[in-house]
Design a protein around this ligand. Structure first.
Ligand code: ADP
Length: 209
């Protein structure tokens, strides 16, 4: 489709961060991209949905994905899975009407987080990203776009989420055997606050890995 962004059009971190003191040859920077906009408009093997445990569709990114994929079709796919899906877990479905440019949708159930982030919530958030990566690898998916799981309706602090996610990805993709399975990991940032948090934390990570 015409309004879809391809991976060739999205810069990698090593192309957008300047500064000679940074070791941008690290494989991490060659695989990770930031994308600003609607996750249904990017061409990747897998997009990650921030689903609820019933996989019933909802507001936010979940609503956008259900609309774009075709609500009834995607619901039929979701019903093939055992529900409720535990927090921190993920399931894979067909991309339905999004299959023009997406192979699979990975539905992650992030932690509901009012009244502050705890270590337990942080682990659940990290678990969503870990499971999405595992499921992609099992399904031969080589590129993925993550939305900012839990930071909308579920109330997870944006700064803490950016830090938790980037730190996890940094650790995971430090290893050559993990990185070589992938073409691209896209972090889809929809809100200005997330753009700011991610940019700030990428700088912190670069200075103090
Ligand atoms: P949760 O219930 O897990 O908090 P939300 O959908 O409320 O899920 O929010 C998760 C993140 O997805 C938020 O950062 C929100 O701004 C973002 N978001 C909303 N719509 C879209 C979209 N179409 N594409 C990408 N991200 C989106």
């Amino acid at each position: 489709p015409e309004d879809v962004t391809t991976l060739d059009e999205v810069s990698k971190l090593n192309e957008i961060i300047d500064g000679k003191k940074f070791d941008l040859k690290h494989p991490f920077f060659d695989k990770i991209s930031l994308f600003y906009g609607d996750i249904t408009k990017i061409q990747v093997d897998a997009i990650v949905n921030a689903a609820n445990d019933r996989l019933g569709g909802g507001g936010g990114v979940d609503g956008a994905i259900h609309r774009a994929a075709g609500h009834n079709q995607l619901q039929a796919e979701c019903r093939k899975h055992t529900r409720p899906v535990p927090t921190g877990e993920a399931v894979v479905t067909d991309a339905c009407k999004l299959s023009t440019h997406v192979k699979k949708i990975i539905h992650c159930v992030g932690p509901i987080c009012y009244g502050g982030v705890t270590d337990e919530k942080r682990k659940k958030l990290e678990s969503c990203y870990r499971r999405a990566i595992q499921l992609s690898e099992e399904n031969d998916l080589r590129s993925i776009a993550f939305c900012c799981i839990s930071t909308g309706i579920y109330g997870y602090d944006n700064k803490d989420a950016a830090r938790t996610v980037l730190r996890f990805l940094w650790r995971h993709f430090n290893k050559e055997e993990n990185v070589e399975k992938w073409d691209r990991i896209v972090l889809c940032l929809f809100m200005d606050v997330d753009k700011q948090c991610y940019k700030q934390y990428i700088k912190e990570l670069l200075l103090d890995p």
